[in-house]
Design a protein around this ligand. Structure first.
Ligand SMILES: Cc1ncc(COP(=O)(O)O)c(C=O)c1O
Length: 434
């Protein structure tokens, strides 16, 4: 007879069933269901989610309108390979995204994940420019597949043992004002730009560079917000040398910054934009976006995928866009985010272990240090996250040393929920400081 283990038995065998590279993470919280800003644990407790499924569920978990749209679509058509079958959610989504995506991007390649969206950008850039080289930045995270792992440098763990990587990828510093020895943010931006000049002088000629690829705000690397002047300078370098400026907006997109995209929040137009996560509120969907004149040069069948632009994910995405718009979630992100920054600044004044507080919209971070220094305090963050979970609030750190408390609740969060979550966090931090 075939054994049918219970969920509890399966949980006890998790380590034997799931690859450790994926599943040996924290906290592996046994979960019954999710709704809005809440996770309902198998322990009968309700947890406030300040992670939003790694930034995927901007409209809140299982938003009823998104679920209804997906369910309705599922009854009609689960799968439809793009190029073979043309369906309405796919075309309508391309049209809708064309209204909001920066860089006047109005043509789309659809995949199923963030990594695939950035892979697409690399291939598109090489294909249309006929140039081999790519410039990326230290501290970046673009995903785990081979092409994008070649550009990912937020932690060496993501690269260790997996090389050799895609050749002709070069790195420059990303301006990180808090951790720079430069006197101010502008000087820090200048230093970072000098790296690119050095690359051009010593390593790779600008005419060989297809693209400069970056997250306009670094995500996994620690919620690092660069000076706008640096982004504008990158735009100018790209214009001067015919290089494509690619923004990976996988984590920053779909209202997270209080605007549709970080490009709009920071005022710089890219040539190519990578979309995923918040695009479909948890359904697997990603897209590489560019202006028609650029994207249309990517020859027929030179890139593709079986599942990209899945009808259910596209229907969910269309509903997500409506929810973000109609429920004023970008405005809410600005209001709640500004309030969270105030609360964190007060907490910073109360302790000596919060070195820096920064954020934009509902993309908020507090960097934890050893008292009175700038030394990253990874161990303290580990304890704070454990205590916060114990108190009923889930957050997940980011940063090179996992020293940064990252707060990205769903954009639907209200003031009472923010207060509840921040109070749990405050107690978790103060327990550390005393
Ligand atoms: C900025 C950025 N790019 C790309 C990715 C990869 O996305 P995915 O995990 O969907 O492949 C992530 C994931 O965290 C990300 O934050």
């Amino acid at each position: 007879m075939i054994e049918t283990p219970s969920f509890d038995e399966l949980l006890s065998r998790l380590d034997q069933l799931l690859a450790p590279c994926l599943a040996q993470d924290w906290p592996n919280l046994p979960t019954e269901r999710v709704e809005g800003v809440y996770i309902y644990g198998r322990d009968g407790r309700r947890y406030l989610d300040f992670l939003s499924g790694f930034g995927a569920c901007n409209a809140g978990h299982n938003h009823p309108r998104v679920v209804a749209a997906a369910r309705e679509q599922m009854a009609r058509m689960v799968h439809a390979p793009v190029g073979v079958l043309a369906h309405e959610p796919l075309l309508r989504l391309a049209w809708e995204l064309g209204q909001i995506t920066p860089g006047a991007a109005d043509m789309f390649f659809f995949g199923s994940s963030g990594a695939e969206a950035v892979e697409g950008a690399i291939k598109l850039a090489r294909y249309v420019t006929g140039r081999p080289a790519i410039i990326g930045f230290l501290g970046s995270f673009h995903g785990r597949t081979m092409g994008v792992a070649s550009l990912t440098t937020s932690k060496v763990t993501y690269r260790d043992g997996h090389g050799p990587f895609v050749p002709d990828v070069h790195f420059a510093r990303f301006p990180y004002p808090y951790r720079s020895s430069a006197p101010d943010a502008e000087a820090c931006a200048e230093e970072a730009l000098e790296d690119i000049e050095r690359l051009f002088e010593h390593v790779v000629a600008p005419r060989d560079v297809a693209a400069i690829i970056l997250e306009p705000i670094q995500g996994e690397g620690g919620y690092v917000i660069p000076p706008r002047s640096w982004l504008r300078a990158l735009r100018a370098i790209c214009d001067e040398h015919g290089i494509l400026l690619v923004f990976d907006e996988v984590q920053t997109g779909f209202g997270r910054t209080g605007e549709w995209f970080a490009a709009q929040a920071l005022g710089v137009e890219p040539d190519v934009v990578c979309l995923a996560k918040g695009i479909a509120n948890g359904f697997p969907l990603g897209a590489t976006a560019a202006r028609q004149e650029l994207m249309s040069q990517w020859g027929a069948a030179s890139h593709g995928t079986t599942y990209g632009g899945n009808p259910i994910a596209c229907a969910a995405s269309l509903a997500t866009l409506q929810v973000i718009r109609e429920e004023n979630l970008m405005e809410n992100a600005k209001v709640q985010g500004a309030y969270m920054l105030e609360v964190l600044e007060e907490l910073q004044a109360e302790t000596r272990i919060i070195g820096d507080v920064r954020g934009i919209g509902l993309m908020i971070a507090a960097e934890v240090v050893r008292p009175g220094t700038k030394e990253p305090n990874t161990e303290a963050v580990q304890r704070i996250k454990e205590r916060a979970l114990e108190g009923g609030m889930l957050f997940y750190p980011c940063g090179h040393w996992s020293q940064t408390i990252r707060l990205i609740p769903p954009l639907t969060i209200d003031r009472a929920q923010v207060d509840e979550g921040m109070d749990i966090l405050r107690r978790a931090v103060l327990a550390e400081a005393t």
